[in-house]
Design a binder for this molecule. Sequence first.
Ligand code: NAD
Ligand code: TYD
Length: 368
Amino acid sequence: MSLVEQLPMNTPALRPSRRILITGGAGFIGSNFVHYWCKHYPGDRIVVLDALTYAGNRDSLADLIGQSNFRFVQGDICDSNCVDLLLAEEAIDTVAHFAAESHVDRSILAPDAFVRTNVVGTFTLLDSFRQHWSNRGKPESDRFLHVSTDEVYGSLGPNDPAFCETTAYTPNSPYSASKAGSDHLARAYFHTYGMPTLITNCSNNYGPYHFPEKLIPLMAINILMGKSLPVYGDGQNIRDWLYVEDHCSALDRVLHRSAVGETYNIGGNNEVKNIDLVTMICDLMDELAPNLPVRPAGELITFVKDRPGHDRRYAIDSTKLQTELGWQPSVTVAEGLRHTIQWYLENPAWWQPLLSAEYQEYYQSVYA
Ligand code: NAD
Ligand code: TYD
């Protein structure tokens, strides 16, 4: 059941239908966005382009495959032929670009894939869309939404004001540096070619369909398996948690209401220290999960070697989005976390196959 009851600004009856390409639609946020869009705009044509890397999962879209308004294409955003063909064949008027390598720890181990997909792939997509948009006569209503991260702004001290849209870019990890590069390209395509780009920078998302390598699912799954809960460093790092459906409703506002060329920050107003979040997860698991191998789950918490270059604090100021487009996050971290934990408890068939031999190898290399 949806936690976000706020209605989108554009009811289907009042808007012309769109033909939207969603890249990375088999990933965490992308698949949530696909579901959100199908639900709110059932008259739209929805095309997903996803390479199905380790992070992409067809099962996250299983209920949509076969629907007449939905198409899934397995393909690489770095493949300009594939992108050109798809844009033309489907007469795409809107791109929502989520495809990326997204995990900081993997970017430390092997940054090359991050530069390839996040920088070169975003460039390929922007340039294909430029040609396509031009071939279509540059319609005013076309949009290219580039989804990015607050990590491009670097790290905050405890008393620094939250990141706003004018905060200088200071990316610290190969992941955030590659996303910063892609943001600059998206901005340049607006300023140079007048292409109708939009950029959003959001804080840490959480919710259903989140790959097990990320903090929240990793802790929940480890508790179920009685494995230790690896908290990096002193656990005092702060993240601003955004429930994924709130993120989707913000992107909806930006796509429908923003002027072209704008950037919006999206945050959950939920700043939490890692150790406090892990403790909340342990408490929820103690309450909701039967037959835990170790109870209380908090006994599994283990402080481990810190992540190299670990950013201390992220916090988002989304005043611009709130005042200009009327968006508010509606899910508190307590509500969203409960819903998320319940989802993982009810859906082992989704996450168990992801704990593959390849994933175990990755896990060993980070947590050895
Ligand atoms: P994810 O890793 O769960 O999913 C990424 C998807 O992109 C996967 O389905 C993968 O198969 C696909 N993909 C990867 N390389 C591709 C390529 N070359 N061609 C086509 N598809 C490819 O990521 P996510 O967490 O859903 O993040 C989505 C977007 O949001 C990313 O751009 C990320 O930088 C951004 N973002 C994420 C968060 C977060 O908390 N998860 C926060 C801020 C911004
Ligand atoms: P993560 O989910 O990887 O997101 P990001 O690095 O993009 O913020 O991590 C969230 C926070 O949790 C981050 O400060 C790193 C920390 N963390 C741990 O302490 N242990 C872990 O095993 C993981 C995956 C993350």
